[in-house]
Design a protein around this ligand. Sequence first.
Ligand SMILES: [Cu+2]
Length: 215
Amino acid sequence: MTNDDANGSVSRRGFLKAGVGATAVSAGAAATTGTAGAQEGNETSGNGTTTAGNETTTTGNGTTGGGGGGGGGGGSETVQLTGDNVFDPAELYIAPGTTVTFEWTGGNHNIVVDSQPSDANWEGHQSIVGPGNTHEHTFEVLGDYNYYCSPHQSLGMEGVIHVTEGGVNPNAGGGGPTLPTSAMTMGVATLAAMGSTLALAFFFIKYGGDYEMPE
Ligand SMILES: [Cu+2]
């Protein structure tokens, strides 16, 4: 309706002016669209990158959460010996030099070291004690430490501590392929968003130019 009138009047008022104007508008549109595209690109790809970064960080958290260590040495973790007859957490990834505190929170348990690196010297806690007791050990040697509670081993009260560089859980890398996939999905969505934004910008500028031209 109004658009038709406007377009009609533009075409009636002279091709020459419209032609020159259209060229100018086209150039302007190209420039402006380019700017809009660049801005949009910055924003969207910035978001995309940030999201990907967050996800990567999440992986890091997962790794750190599993290992807790965070930096070699000085770190600390806690494993509880609970009334449910479990070590909590039963599996731990820590960096060398991390001190693990075992806390008896319920029931009577002990800590028998089943296996550990040949040059490690963790002795565990042979005597069976109850809530309120603690046992500390600083794990310096890389490798796996398997341990169990002798009264409850048959119930599955077993644990393992993995001492790895940086406390990294190598299995957490399995989540890796998921990240690029979602990053790619994000990238496609970003491109689609950019494309539609560019199209919108183009039409806005084009019709906006036609409106202003009649003065
Ligand atoms: Cu036990």
